[in-house]
Design a binder for this molecule. Structure first.
Ligand SMILES: [Zn+2]
Length: 271
């Protein structure tokens, strides 16, 4: 059967001689795996269509059973997101967002909302918006879409709206002073972090304006979201380790960043 749909390349694997298997994230059919014959040959018209983060229109043959791979018939690039591949910093964040989608979305999922959030996430990073904030918002969208959104306005244990709260991934989000003994590891967050978490839960990435968040607040957001993701999704993502190493370079006093352009998602944890 011939399918045609738009999608974004979230993964690519070499396959056989000169071929590639790409995974695209689509608004209507979740993830789809497609074999692109000759994609790694220099003259292939589909070499650039198969690049990570490429947004395109894909037409492919696939037999009825789900789980099988499709075979590309034709395709067209709608937006290459070249900016994401040519800058290692942006590529690292985009790879992390793509890997989150890969883990959170199943084949044939109708995940239009998350798809559009992902696309907006890539656009925001490509436009130079602070990727550390864009990614925190996208993480919130991912956990909302899989049904693990934290309670932020009232205590997740007793329902009290009286703060101050601590943040407990174990108990489901905000916990009040009376309940917090149930999780001694609950985090104390700065008021600005709480405020931004609530904004992140409500915002649509497609409407994101300019953002300017101070480093300590950013650090608080990162810790809160990472703890939440680890607890609820148990994701051991390759790109997280890469990103952590990469962000650490930011904290070094010397300009040690490697200037580089990459054309592939960093495939392995560099440790
Ligand atoms: Zn309570």
């Amino acid at each position: 059967m011939l399918y045609r749909m738009e999608g974004i390349v979230i993964r690519g694997t070499d396959y056989g001689e000169g071929n590639k298997i790409i995974t695209i994230f689509t608004p209507t059919h979740g993830k789809q795996g497609i074999v692109v014959k000759g994609a790694r040959k220099p003259k292939s018209r589909y070499a650039s269509l198969s690049q990570p983060f490429t947004y395109g229109d894909f037409s492919f043959y696939k037999s009825g059973n789900s789980g099988g791979l499709g075979s590309l018939n034709s395709g067209e690039i709608l937006e290459s997101y070249r900016e994401l591949r040519e800058n290692l910093d942006r590529a690292a964040y985009a790879a992390y967002a793509a890997e989150l989608c890969d883990r959170a979305v199943a084949e044939e999922d109708a995940s239009g909302y998350l798809y559009h959030q992902f696309k907006a996430c890539l656009t925001a990073i490509a436009e130079g918006k602070d990727p550390a904030i864009v990614l925190r918002i996208f993480e919130m969208k991912v956990i909302q879409s899989v049904g693990y959104a934290p309670m932020l306005d009232e205590c997740a244990v007793c329902g009290s709206a009286d703060g101050p709260f601590r943040f407990s991934p174990l108990l489901g989000g905000a916990v009040c002073q009376r309940c917090r003994h149930q999780d001694p590891q609950a985090l104390e967050l700065m008021p600005q972090v709480w405020k931004l978490l609530r904004i992140f839960a409500a915002v649509d990435l497609r409407q994101l304006g300019q953002i300017d968040v101070k480093p300590p607040v950013k650090a608080g957001l990162k810790i809160a979201m990472r703890r939440w993701m680890d607890h609820h999704l148990g994701m051991k993502l390759k790109s997280v380790h890469f990103l952590d190493q990469w962000e650490k370079l930011d904290e070094l006093p010397l300009p040690t960043r490697r200037p580089a352009a990459i054309t592939e998602i960093p495939a392995e944890n560099p440790e």
